[in-house]
Design a binder for this molecule. Structure first.
Ligand code: NAP
Length: 285
């Protein structure tokens, strides 16, 4: 391997220490950060994600409220809970774990969360603020990627950045954040012609598709920074990313592993967004 590793585990640990000490200061001032996590149904993966988020909050000294609703709850019940949390002054952030059961309208549910408590950054007003260069909450995964690039010292101004995958939660906000830092951004999707040619131009390549090992070493510019957002479970139960780590790490300058790369940064930025929400609440009073 010639590439240097960007360890999400180690960067996340450092940032979480800083967040925990800021949380302690805010608590001493009477503003303990509060995050409410809402889970509807029994989806096993969602249960693991939610458990990890709640545990991270507690470790950082946050108040963390977990709300579980049965899978057959009505949307009205969920909206009433969100309304109650919107009005709860001890709660600074509200996260509704997705996906929701099929009978619920995810868009309507996300829009019901007060935009200034939308720590996932999925509300259309937060998407719009990011788009217009005045972000309030940034979606946690691409925000975590930006933090990794910053802490690794990767120059963004004028860099060729290629983002593969254009979802609302990762690829699109990622492209906006890179653009805002002065990168020249290409955003690829499933219809992109000659993906390899785009990848080979990239100084920074962010891959968020959900296809195991689709980006191989021959597709990468020597010395490039490779950020692998993908999380895929192989038939043997192991996890892998969208980038073929073995071949890519022979060519790249920097690379993130899976697991232990972007994943731990995502939860860290959820904590960061909650701290930012508290700071704004204090500033506005
Ligand atoms: P998604 O909503 O399914 O979007 C996938 C995107 O990839 C779409 O824009 C799709 O294009 C594009 N795509 C599909 N096949 C492609 C191909 N052959 N070439 C180029 N683009 C292609 O997925 P997501 O929610 O963004 O998640 C992507 C991956 O990141 C998943 O593995 C997910 O588990 C992982 N993830 C990780 C974290 C973390 O914390 N590390 C957080 C979120 C997601 P179209 O738009 O044309 O359909």
């Amino acid at each position: 391997m010639s590439a240097q590793l960007i360890s999400g585990n180690s960067l996340a640990a450092t940032i979480r220490e800083q967040i925990a000490s800021r949380a302690a200061e805010l608590t001493a001032l009477g503003h303990q950060p509060g995050l409410a996590v809402v889970l509807v149904g029994e989806d096993p993966a969602s249960q693991v994600y939610v458990r990890n988020k709640v545990a991270a909050c507690q470790k950082a000294g946050f108040k963390s409220d977990m709300h579980r609703l049965p899978a057959d709850s009505t949307q009205a019940t969920l909206l009433a809970l969100i309304e109650q949390l919107n009005n709860d002054t001890t709660i600074h952030g509200i996260l509704v774990q997705l996906p929701l059961p099929a009978h619920m309208d995810s868009h309507a549910v996300i829009e019901a969360i007060a935009a200034d408590k939308d720590v996932d950054g999925f509300h259309v007003s937060n998407a719009g603020l990011l788009m217009t260069g005045k972000p309030l909450f940034r979606p946690c995964t691409p925000y975590g990627v930006m933090k990794m690039l910053e802490l690794t010292g990767v120059p963004l101004r004028g860099a060729e950045a290629v983002v593969i995958g254009a979802s609302n939660i990762v690829g699109k906000p990622q492209a906006m954040m890179l653009l805002q830092e002065g990168a020249t951004v290409t955003l690829c999707n499933s219809k992109t012609r000659d993906l390899k040619a785009h990848c080979q131009r990239a100084d920074i390549l962010v891959v968020a598709v959900g296809r195991p090992n689709m980006i191989t070493g021959d597709m990468i510019k020597p010395g490039a920074v490779i950020i692998d957002v993908g999380i895929n479970r192989l038939p043997d139960g192991t996890l892998c990313g969208d980038v073929d780590f073995e071949s890519a790490s022979q060519v790249a300058g920097w690379i993130t592993p899976v697991p232990g790369g972007v994943g731990p940064m995502t939860i860290t930025m959820l904590l960061q967004n909650t701290i930012e929400a508290v700071e704004r609440t204090i500033a506005n009073h």
